[in-house]
Design a binder for this molecule. Structure first.
Ligand SMILES: [Ca+2]
Ligand SMILES: [Ca+2]
Ligand SMILES: [Ca+2]
Ligand SMILES: [Ca+2]
Length: 609
């Protein structure tokens, strides 16, 4: 009972609602498009399914990596800083910054253009001519100074093809697992190429799925790779006072910096004295669809503590009156929930919290839209609520260690819809790899916070949009063990002809060639791994989707990975083994501390639901 009351106000629990729809952060702002090596794509934060004392943080960069590429492939930028930031007291200033920096050992010189000149079967294989190494260190003063390295190691190389590196599983066995490094103080880290774990139909940006929901069901990112940093550390390492029981909530965001002064070749100038933040990412899709285009570059450059004041509050204004529901109203005739959207404000900028702890609308007499305590740092016993600063970041209550229902009981199966699907372990309480964030956000934006409790005036919206993008799961299976992500894709994404207009002697392509198709590219020789077209499996997702909305316990279940060419997954992907009393004990510990730390205010209604 304590557990139930602490984190969630008993039966009032509703789901939550993040925001916007779009494509995580793969092409979110104009400026960073020109610098893909330091472009953040996604951030994940979840309790380790392997060890409930640990938290897993995953940050990805460098979007749309075609597996068949060359000769330079996808390096980490040498003079950039790749950062994972933690704010555990809620003032929107990083209390911990984990920093990865890379060096390169390039043996190609003037002799060859080849990344490798033979089969590569180990990290120190003499045939591997391009190697990158990293150091990981930590700042506890906002980045002013860093301590001694807590991990060092070699980055897994880019996958260069089946002849060079074998199958995706062979890449994992030979070149990824050996690159895992222990972290001083506990935990592990890994820097590697991986298949892109984000899944969605990006045609949400083509007038919201084509204007008639016809453009859905294809995982646009299927088949592509990204560069990934995985960090698993004890929860105590990121909690205030190293006490994750009393202070279980952390805010997480990833950033990248470049030298402030650079020479024409892009490297740091001799006179360079500092680094400038060029990319930032917390919750998925925020920069894409919340921040107006004119502010996107600025958003990438600021710290969360500047969110509220930036551009005269334009970011906050946009959260309170988001564009997507109005677009949906225009295109699909589904009335938008009325602004101001304090429900969206709560999810994005404060974390789910009760009015008595953080009053999201500034009126102490009105309960918060989702008036339960779940994942605001203000809930931490050692946090000072007066110093709390609304800001955009991914917030995780680390005390929830397995799929957990609204009644605080363990669930047999996680929900891909996270909290909206009745599973408070998932997004927007942190983000698991398989959380279907686009569908969650669309439902939330439409004022639907719990698919099992749809307000009468939102039923039409639900009926129209419950299918989401009809992409329910990733094209590769995730793993229940470190590093959780799959191996890199190994097949060419491009499997069709052209579809551009303008020529006179050939018909349009896109699967309907009139003239003989061009000769296959020599590089795209048949690879050993079985590789159904990424899109081919998606119509099945479409078929099952409506059930997902209707019957949470089944179709809402966590997605299975697909087949494709990435390595790495068990059938039961992220569903942690930890259930039952152990999970409840941990939850109870966290909840108990919250109760002691704050006078919780509970309301029995479900306002705003
Ligand atoms: Ca802080
Ligand atoms: Ca994928
Ligand atoms: Ca209020
Ligand atoms: Ca989806």
């Amino acid at each position: 009972m304590i557990a139930a009351g602490g984190l969630l106000a008993g039966s009032t629990v509703i789901g939550l609602l993040p925001t916007m729809a779009g494509a995580s952060s793969h092409r979110e702002a104009p400026l960073i498009l020109g610098d893909p090596l330091v472009d953040n794509t996604d951030v994940y934060a979840f309790s380790s399914p392997e060890n409930s004392d640990n938290v897993v943080l995953i940050a990805n960069w460098s979007p749309f990596q075609e597996p068949i590429q060359g000769p330079n492939f996808y390096p980490w930028a040498e003079d950039a800083e790749y950062l994972i930031n933690i704010d555990n007291d809620g003032d929107a200033v990083a209390d911990l910054i984990y920093r990865w920096r890379f060096t390169t050992e390039d043996q190609r010189g003037t002799d060859t253009f080849l990344y490798n000149n033979g089969e590569v079967t180990s990290l120190d294989d003499e045939n591997l001519l391009y190697r990158q190494y990293y150091t990981l260190d930590v700042s506890t003063d906002g980045g002013a100074t860093y301590g001694a390295p807590i991990a060092e190691g070699q980055a897994s190389p880019s996958y260069t093809g089946p002849a060079s590196m074998g199958t995706s599983q062979e890449y994992v066995d030979n070149l990824r697992t050996p690159a895992e490094a222990e972290v001083d103080g506990g935990g592990r880290t890994l820097t590697t190429q991986t298949e892109d774990p984000f899944f969605l139909d990006i045609r949400v940006f083509d007038l919201l799925y084509g204007g008639d929901l016809s453009e859905t069901g294809q995982d646009t990112l299927a088949g592509y790779n990204v560069n990934s940093i995985v960090l698993e550390v004890p929860k105590s390492a990121v909690a205030i006072g190293n006490d994750a029981a009393a202070n279980p909530v952390v805010g997480v965001w990833a950033t990248t910096t470049r030298p402030t002064l650079r020479d024409a070749d892009g490297t740091a100038a001799d006179a360079n004295t500092g680094f400038t933040q060029v990319s930032r990412l917390g919750q998925p899709l925020v920069n894409e669809v919340v921040v107006p285009t004119g502010l996107k570059d600025a958003f990438n450059s600021i710290s969360p503590d500047m969110d509220a004041a930036a551009a005269d509050g334009a970011v906050v204004d946009r959260v309170l009156d988001p564009e997507v529901p109005r677009l949906i109203e225009t295109i699909y005739g589904v009335p938008a929930p009325p602004a101001p959207r304090y429900d969206i404000f709560e999810v994005f900028l404060t974390g789910i919290v009760t009015n008595g702890v953080v009053d999201v609308d500034g009126d102490p007499n009105t309960p918060n839209p989702v008036d339960v305590d779940l994942n605001s740092q203000a809930l931490n016993a050692a946090a000072d609520p007066a110093a709390f600063q609304p800001s955009e970041m991914l917030r995780l209550n680390m005390s929830i260690t397995g799929p957990t229902g609204l009644d605080m009981q363990p669930l047999e199966q996680a929900s891909r819809l996270g909290v909206v699907g009745g599973d408070i372990q998932g997004f927007p309480n942190g983000r698991r790899l398989a959380d279907d964030v686009v569908d969650i956000e669309i439902l939330a934006l439409e004022g639907i916070s719990n698919v099992d409790m749809i307000p009468a005036d939102r039923q039409a919206a639900f009926d129209a949009l419950k299918g989401g993008d009809l992409v329910d799961s990733n094209d590769n299976a995730f793993s229940g063990t470190f590093p959780y992500i799959a191996g890199p894709n190994t097949q060419a994404v491009n499997k069709g002809g052209g579809s551009g207009a303008g020529g006179t002697d050939t018909a349009g392509g896109n699967g309907t060639p009139v003239k003989p198709a061009p000769a296959p590219a020599p590089a795209a020789t048949p690879a050993p791994a079985a590789a159904p077209a990424p899109a081919a499996s998606q119509p099945k997702a479409a078929a099952t989707q409506p059930k997902a909305a209707a019957t949470q316990s089944q179709a809402n279940g966590y997605p299975r990975g697909g087949v494709e060419t990435g390595a790495g997954g068990f059938e039961d992907t992220l569903v942690p083994a930890l259930t039952g009393s152990a999970a409840l004990l941990l939850i109870g510990a966290g909840a108990g501390s919250l109760i002691r730390g704050r006078a919780l205010r509970r309301t029995s209604g479900t306002p705003g639901a």
